[in-house]
Design a protein around this ligand. Structure first.
Ligand code: AMP
Ligand code: MG
Length: 391
């Protein structure tokens, strides 16, 4: 059995960014990581623009102009302002050649085609968004390795970029195992329990920007599990198997993976929940055998699965975010395992929730973090700082 830290190390050392970046639509690229530097193909703004609704004016000693034209956003002025001339302009409109300054409409007075403003208050270049002031054509706009957030999408589109080259997200598959499992929606048969890990794990994936492409359920029969694992190993960058990874007579995951030549990198981590965790690889496909208990599956997803999904997708920061917070209640344990307690943190402290057993989901619904109580520690006193892993 290995420790939590060793497990994280083994996983980090054995997983890599997926090969073959792909070009996808910028509008579909939220949450992806750019795989190359992107330069602007245009000056932004593309031309000298008015920053306000008002008047483009030439320099003046008299503070009086004749309004000779109107330029709306989207128009291209063909004329040049001559001495003593002004043009009505609107926010975002291209300014005519010869513009010295722009006056806000709120600050001027007009009479017919005459415009008045005090000459000594004119400031050269005022309310003009100069061509290229935001970014110049051909200069770096977005660096390789950038997480595409909504602002990046907006910025790329503003430069006229429609496709972006990104690291692929892994093709992720899930097999849930267990003869006792019954789908929600019909009366529970005797001896059965409702299946919940498929939706739970799919939700965890989606919540973090990933999707589970293929899902299937396998019986607790070796042949059934084996054929399903075999098929999905070929199609996937990562395969998750829920349940059947323990030591029971009908737990076939270890055996099946071994027979299919998946190399086992570890099995069992000295932690609670989630002790019977399996991690292995076949060529470039990562395989996790997750314990079937729902809270165990959840815990292993955050601590191990999500980091690999992120790393494969090109994230530089792929490990969970940790924080130190004082606990509101004393916590004791009487076993020699790392304990990941479902907990709820505020800005200033963290509270362990009740119902910590690995088969229970009830309080996990309110949790927003784990408190980690290390292997060799048996007590965290009230007010003591604890390591908190944020979801
Ligand atoms: P296993 O890891 O297969 O030994 O399962 C451990 C416990 O988790 C058992 O009580 C199972 O009934 C339960 N379990 C396994 N898979 C699921 C699932 N997909 N949904 C709900 N409970 C499950
Ligand atoms: Mg089972």
């Amino acid at each position: 059995m290995i420790t939590f830290k060793t497990a994280v190390k083994i996983i980090s050392e054995n997983t890599f960014i997926l090969k073959n970046p792909e070009a996808i639509k910028v509008t579909d690229s939220l949450g992806y990581i750019t795989s190359e530097d992107i330069s602007s193909g245009t000056d932004l703004p593309p031309f000298d623009q008015s920053n306000v609704d008002g008047y483009a004016v030439t320099d003046s000693d008299s503070g009086e102009w004749r309004i000779t034209g109107e330029i709306r956003a989207g128009d291209h002025p063909e004329f040049r302002l001559k001495k003593g001339e002004a043009a009505r302009v609107f926010t975002g409109a291209e300014l005519p050649a010869g513009t010295y300054s722009v006056l806000m409409q709120e600050n001027v007075s007009t009479e017919g085609d005459k415009l008045f403003y005090s000459a000594e208050k004119i400031v050269k270049g005022k309310f003009i968004r100069k061509k290229g002031v935001q970014i110049k054509k051909g200069t770096p706009a977005v660096r390789r390795g950038t997480l595409i957030n909504p602002a990046v999408i907006g910025f790329l589109l503003s430069m006229g970029i429609k496709f972006v080259k990104v690291h692929r997200k892994p093709v992720l598959s899930l097999i849930v195992t267990g003869d006792e499992l019954q789908e929600a929606g019909s009366d529970l048969k005797k001896g059965k329990v409702y299946e919940s890990n498929l939706g739970l794990l799919r939700g965890l994936a989606m919540y973090n920007g990933f999707e589970i492409r293929y899902t299937t359920a396998a019986r607790d029969r070796k042949s059934d599990l084996k054929s399903k694992v075999k098929t999905l190993l070929k199609k996937s960058d990562m395969l998750l198997i829920s349940g059947g990874v323990s030591v029971g007579k009908y737990d076939y995951v270890n055996e099946v993976l071994n027979e299919l030549n998946v190399s086992k990198l570890f099995y069992k981590v000295s932690q609670k929940p989630g002790k019977p965790l399996y991690f292995g690889k076949k060529s470039n496909t990562a395989v996790f055998g997750l314990p079937g208990n729902p809270a165990s599956a959840f815990t292993c997803f955050y601590l191990y699965v999500l980091p690999v999904l992120k790393k494969m997708s090109g994230h530089k920061k792929f490990l969970p975010v940790w924080k130190k917070l004082p606990v509101t209640n004393e916590i004791r344990k009487d076993f020699n395992l790392s304990w990941f307690l479902r907990a709820k943190h505020s800005e200033v402290n963290v509270t362990p929730l009740d119902a910590q057993a690995s088969f229970m989901l009830r309080t996990l619904t309110e949790a927003n973090c784990f408190i980690h109580m290390p292997l060799d520690k048996n007590k965290i006193s009230k007010g003591e700082l604890a390591d908190v892993c944020l979801f």
